[in-house]
Design a protein around this ligand. Sequence first.
Ligand code: GLA
Length: 386
Amino acid sequence: MEKKILIEKFFEKYGNRSLEPVLFFSPGRVNLIGEHTDYNGGFVFPCALDYGTYLAVRKTTSGMLRFSTLNFSDDFSTAVADSYSKSGNKWTNYPLGVINEFAGRGIRVSGLELLFFGDVPNGAGLSSSASIEIVTAVAVNELFNAGLSMLELVKLGQRAENVFVGMNCGIMDQFAVGFGLDDHAIFLNCDTLKYENVPVKLGNCELIITNTNKRRGLTDSKYNERRGECEKAVELLQAYKPIRNLSELGPGEISALDTYITDPVIRKRAKHVVSENGRVLEAVKVLSENNLKRFGELMNQSHDSLMEDYEVTGMELDTLVYEGRKLPGVIGTRMTGAGFGGCTVSIVEKEHAAAFIETLGTTYTEKTGLKPDFYRPRIGNGAGRL
Ligand code: GLA
């Protein structure tokens, strides 16, 4: 989105051309590997995209918070207050939840006019929610001189989503969209929040994201169910050793799961988390050695584990992944994000990318009746002023 178009749309919406809005951008993210590990204190390896959420915003003296978006016509206004409450399933709960968090920290946000535009698909596992939260957080922080660090804004965004919106997500998404760096992925330890930007050199390959376009269904409740199962596993493993989270078990300790967890479902969930952490560690190492082939194998194993042990894939994601793997030039392909629908991420040789998109698109539609979307993103920077 070009700056001048966004500004023009802002004036069309809110008038008063004498006062220009300030512009911000926050990316979406794709996770390369390390799925369902963040809320287990484990490792993740996401990167920010060059798609995301734009925000044009201006302070007013009207005593109102006015929200609108170019994506659909669903405006919302509410009077400035000391605290706010959620209204239904409206998209504005994300920015309002963030403003509510600032209010809770004693930072009173006065009247605002906000215009959003997102070019990352909603509810597709590419963190459209974190993107809108963090773009709001960065903007409010700057406009009201709140002085919070990026890490504080990331935590504030996660809290808005957990407490205000009611989705019990981990820290990965907000962290990735806050701390992204051009052409780098973020190797993050979700327990300590120590991170490293690792260069992603794909050589003759590129990233392709494929959207199943499966309608979002029970994702949130299934997500919370998986979290509960992991907590149960930690409880059972206390008889083995006093751990706070599943990521305190190393890949060499998988056999302990058989001994201490008799419930086969809980055991499988724990096995995914412990083995996935091992895969992230190896993936980061082989990527820095330019061993893309091994990186791709680890992506494939990650998907298999999410399908068999964590059971968060589903027919649409599995069709994309297993049909995709049959095509020439595919180095690795897996689901990304929470699962149950959403997107896959694939590393594909550039010379085979167009054929991959065409053939996989046709096969997927034949098998599922759905039309997929394909994106060929660049890895971009984290949130900030435009
Ligand atoms: C969603 C959540 C993240 C993370 C992933 C799964 O994207 O928001 O915190 O748990 O699912 O890896």
